[in-house]
Design a protein around this ligand. Structure first.
Ligand code: ZN
Length: 77
């Protein structure tokens, strides 16, 4: 139980990107991302990576997914 906030954030990153966290877990993750430059950078990298993987698979991105991604970026400024 000696997990640091960043380790916790790291563990939450994939489920957060998959939007499968509970509302409180998601809020917690967003709070940390807004506060921690390292995790915010890592998060932006993961988002780009996912976008790249999607493009590489020549899977067109639906507009609602683009909106979701844009909404995710907003709290990071
Ligand atoms: Zn962090």
């Amino acid at each position: 139980m000696t997990e640091t906030p960043c380790e916790h954030c790291e563990r939450m990153m994939q489920p957060y990107l998959d939007r499968v966290l509970s509302v409180s877990e998601q809020a917690e993750a967003e709070l940390h991302l807004a506060d921690c430059e390292w995790c915010a950078k890592r998060y932006r990298f993961e988002v780009k990576l996912r976008q790249y993987v999607r493009v590489a698979a020549s899977e067109p991105m639906p507009p609602e997914l683009k909106e979701k991604l844009a909404a995710l970026r907003t709290p990071l400024t």
